[in-house]
Design a protein around this ligand. Sequence first.
Ligand code: TXA
Ligand code: MG
Length: 350
Amino acid sequence: MLKVDPSSPSEAALRRAAEKIREGGLVAFPTETVYGLGANALSAAAVRKIYEAKGRPPDNPIIVHIASLKELEELAETTEEAKRLAARFWPGPLTLVLKSKGKVPPEVTAGLDSVAVRMPAHNVALGLIRLSGVPIAAPSANISGRPSPTRAEHVIADLGDRIDIIIDGGETLYGVESTVVSLIHGEPMLLRPGAFPKEEIEAAIGRPVAVPPFARGLGEADRALAPGTRHLHYAPRIPLILVEADDYGDLGRLAAAIASLAEEQRKKGKRVAVLATEETAPLYEDPAGVIVLGSRRDPFSIAKRLFDSLRRVELVADVAIAEGVEERGLGLTIMNRLRKASSKIIKLSA
Ligand code: TXA
Ligand code: MG
């Protein structure tokens, strides 16, 4: 375990970790989104260790992290649009899926002919990639299916005994993963909403980004298109009920529905946690178990605490109930994660 200052990490610590990457080992490190579980992206044997440690299904490909635009050109066929997005938004929480040039082994791409690439906006991640001298393949550093880690403690809890080095850089900034956009089809397609709002991508390229149902957390995609959607994701160890509304103008109704669900569960002797927002928290008559994630006016604040809260509730409750939010900006990201994490969805219609 190497504890570092996230904005100016010690070079000696990064060198040790980089050495481990070059030897083919596993290093967990912070990015601006969540903690990643990194290995040398050019080594099939090293990347296989990632799948083993996480219990990751072998058909779910891994994002390659780079520290310079030159590496992008080496790994993928770039289009004008890809170059524009990379130049404008990297380093940052945006992942581009492009045609692979075949430099990374099939273990990274799960045998697809595309590769997902991003340049993280975090001095630990960038320093580690530079000092390693190789691109780093890194999925989120959680056991497959669990909420993504936003603190080193989450990584230790899930994978502590299966990793060579954990770099602790404190809590991550966004708390949700990068936005994944595919540029290999006719129209740009959102494969996973994330920390970067898709509205900004559209403004930069001057055309819409398609949002298929699976990107909203509804249903599964074809394996060749978005392999990750077919697997269990983000689930806490207790049942999670998500309550959605057609529109979120009437928060009183939403809170009332959740309060009565909570009461039903308590009568069965269950401890209940309600994942609420600043706007709704005062509407619950019984404040027991109400956890405030953030404000509906600032979905960033909700996203930031989401995974950490999913890991907290499983320690204090037998069942959790979450409020839905409007699917705009980061709200789309929050709803994707909540839908995929939930064991049951209740929809209040108008
Ligand atoms: O913020 C993030 O993206 C974090 C940090 C560590 O960078 N990483 C992360 O990785 O969230 P992971 O493995 O948990 O999610 C990667 C997603 C998966 O949904 C995967 O299916 C998709 O990216 N993906 C990777 N390569 C792909 C490809 N060639 N085509 C389509 N989807 C791909
Ligand atoms: Mg993940």
